[in-house]
Design a protein around this ligand. Structure first.
Ligand code: PMP
Ligand code: GLN
Length: 411
């Protein structure tokens, strides 16, 4: 590998998706629904497939009908007119939106602040751009001696402020957060925003789980805070929005001068996205725009559908002897498994990190797959994740029940 990429290793996804294929456990690892997207979404794609006008190249920076729909939606949500031509880019998944945002702004030696635990690709993307990641871990702040909710993990304000300096180029924010499920509050986001403004820092806000937020929490878009539109790029994903992760369609929106830099990266690497997928997503957005905020709106009903699954997952993990951290958003749950250590043969695997050994032992001996959360921490902080496992709960009720049965039988 060229110097810049040297030291890259297969990611946790490469390794754990292969383990799922090899051992066929009940898979609560990688985040995807094990049931179909809403019917109107798959119907949209069926209709597009038989529409002979939708199978050639489309516009470089985003299929016209899709950027129109995105502009309409986010103009409402952000409270300002978003220009579909200059202020939106559609991408190959949120991954490409992240990659274009980072590569389009981070130069050699620039520092980028990353809050841990973080979606793992942020780190290599910053390094490939020549940037220097600066990490801060969310710390447990027990309530009545217990850490039971993702809201019990907080930013240490002094430590956070100490990361900002004249070399700080950007911060990557992720709310709701993967893997913890923390939903940053208005107060926390205001604190972050004020530092971005004070130090002239770009905010890359990964909001792919924007529609999965459990009461009483609400999703706050940092781009809506005073003085933040000018310095924020916000990222979304059709895979998450429509429960169709295989569509690999994402987007970024922000002010034209910032978006220009993403468009330049995009035009020389991907050039243009997949036409039928973008057309189908545009039609799906149009359906939702007509019923935004109503009970039938998928952006409302998805949380209604997920909350009982979240609560069931927390219950079965508690019954199994783990200590779950109940998420305020998203569809992942971390659980502390350390009380079960004596029941697990951690010496049977040779990974350095205990959570890798635990999850591999569970896949091979119990038949249940989770993801090791140390993958979501930087090298010196990996121990923060080692007592935990991440499970995904956007699964059919019968498969969540199967997980319960597996855990009961094992105990
Ligand atoms: N950001 C976060 C926080 C994620 O969990 C994921 C995984 N879907 C992505 C970005 C990438 O999304 P996509 O599948 O649309 O590339
Ligand atoms: N975002 C999903 C997860 O966290 C998928 C990640 C991936 O496939 N790289 O599980």
């Amino acid at each position: 590998l060229p110097l810049r990429y040297r030291g890259s290793e297969p990611s946790v996804w490469v390794e754990y998706i292969q383990l799922a294929l090899d051992y066929k456990p009940l898979n609560l690892g990688q985040g995807f629904p094990d049931y179909p997207p809403p019917k109107y979404v798959t119907d949209a794609l069926i209709n597009v497939a038989s529409d002979t006008t939708q199978h050639q190249y489309t516009r470089d920076f985003g299929h016209p009908r899709l950027v129109q729909a995105l502009a309409k939606l986010y103009s409402k949500l952000i409270g300002r007119e978003i220009n579909p031509r200059t202020e939106i880019l559609t991408t190959l998944g949120a991954y490409e939106a992240l990659f274009s945002s980072i590569t389009g702004h981070v130069d050699d030696g620039d520092e980028v602040i990353i809050i841990e635990p973080y979606f793992d690709c942020y780190e290599p993307m910053v390094k490939y751009a020549g940037g220097i990641p600066k990490y801060i871990a969310l710390k447990p702040d027990p309530k009545n001696g217990k850490v039971e909710s993702s809201s019990d993990f907080v930013l240490d304000k002094c430590e956070f402020e100490s990361l900002f300096n004249s070399k700080t180029k950007a911060i990557i924010l992720n709310t709701p957060n993967n893997p913890l499920g923390k939903v940053f509050t208005l107060e926390e986001l205001t604190f972050i925003a004020d530092l971005c403004k004070k130090y002239n820092v770009l905010c890359i806000s990964d909001e792919v789980y924007e529609w999965m937020v459990y009461e009483p929490r609400e999703h706050v878009r940092i781009a809506t805070l005073p003085g933040m539109w000018e310095r924020t790029i916000t990222i979304g994903s059709a895979g998450k929005t429509f429960s169709a992760t295989g569509w690999k369609l994402g987007w970024a929106y922000g002010p034209a001068n910032l978006m220009f830099n993403l468009q330049m990266i995009h035009q020389s690497s991907v050039y243009t996205g997949c036409t039928p997928i973008q057309e189908a997503a545009a039609r799906a957005f149009e359906t939702e725009l007509d019923r935004l905020g109503t009970d039938e709106c998928y952006f409302v009903s998805i949380t209604r559908e997920l909350k009982p699954k979240r609560d069931f997952m927390a219950k079965i993990l508690r019954e199994a002897g783990m200590a779950p951290i109940v998420p305020e958003g998203g569809y992942f749950m971390l659980a502390d498994w350390s009380a079960l250590e004596s029941q697990v043969d951690l010496s049977s695997e040779d990974d350095k990190r205990k959570d890798y050994r635990f999850t591999k032992w569970m896949i091979k001996n119990v038949g249940l797959q989770g993801i090791p959360p140390s993958a979501f921490y930087s090298g010196p902080h990996k121990h923060f994740g080692e007592n935990f496992v991440r499970y995904c709960f956007i699964k059919q009720d019968e498969n969540l029940q199967a997980a319960a049965d597996i855990l009961t039988k094992w105990k």
